[in-house]
Design a protein around this ligand. Structure first.
Ligand code: NI
Length: 179
């Protein structure tokens, strides 16, 4: 398994709509495994293929407290949803940014698993929110799209400032580590 680089907002590649997976082959299984490795390595609870610049309909989720309940969803579809509520969420493509988004608190999802077999599952609370968030990525949609343009502008400025600070601090560090 390989930890992959995660695209960060406002990278335009995050806007790509993912294509359905026609057959769950070794490449798709490898992608699912790499997504899990990348998600766990970044302390995330969900990750979509879009975020690693692979535009196929694959997402992974693990909201368990011990991080030992990986769920792979290939070609996921929400077939029922209820009780919409505002909840705070974040995203590995927008490090450090959190905002309230309205999501269904209960969803029924139809998908294929890592082995390609179709299944349905019910998800509630954090799992339900996470699945909706990851499925948005497959459409090229981000949680900040639900906010006002003014808020998005502030978020873009803050992320750009933090990226500048990160690159300055790595320049300051590099002479020392070179010795
Ligand atoms: Ni995300």
């Amino acid at each position: 398994m390989t930890k992959l680089a995660i695209l960060e907002y406002p990278d335009p590649r995050l806007r790509t709509k993912a294509a359905p997976v026609a057959a769950v082959d070794a490449t798709v299984r490898r992608l699912a495994d790499d997504l899990l490795e990348t998600m766990y390595g970044s302390r995330g609870i969900g990750l979509a293929a879009t975020q690693v610049d692979v535009h196929r309909r694959v997402v992974v989720v693990d909201v368990s407290p011990e991080h030992d309940r990986p769920v792979v969803l290939i070609n996921p579809q929400i077939i029922a949803s209820e009780s919409h509520k505002l909840c705070e969420e974040g995203c590995l493509s927008l490090p450090g940014i959190y905002a309230n988004v309205e999501r269904a608190q209960k969803v029924r999802v139809r998908a294929q698993g890592r082995d390609g077999s179709p299944f349905e599952m019910d998800a509630e609370g954090l799992a339900a929110i996470c699945i909706q968030h990851e499925m948005d990525h497959l459409e090229g949609r981000l949680f900040v799209d639900y906010l006002s343009e003014l808020k998005r502008q502030l978020i873009r400025r803050r992320l750009a400032k933090e990226r500048r600070q990160r690159s300055v601090s790595s320049e300051v560090r590099s002479p020392a580590s070179a010795t």
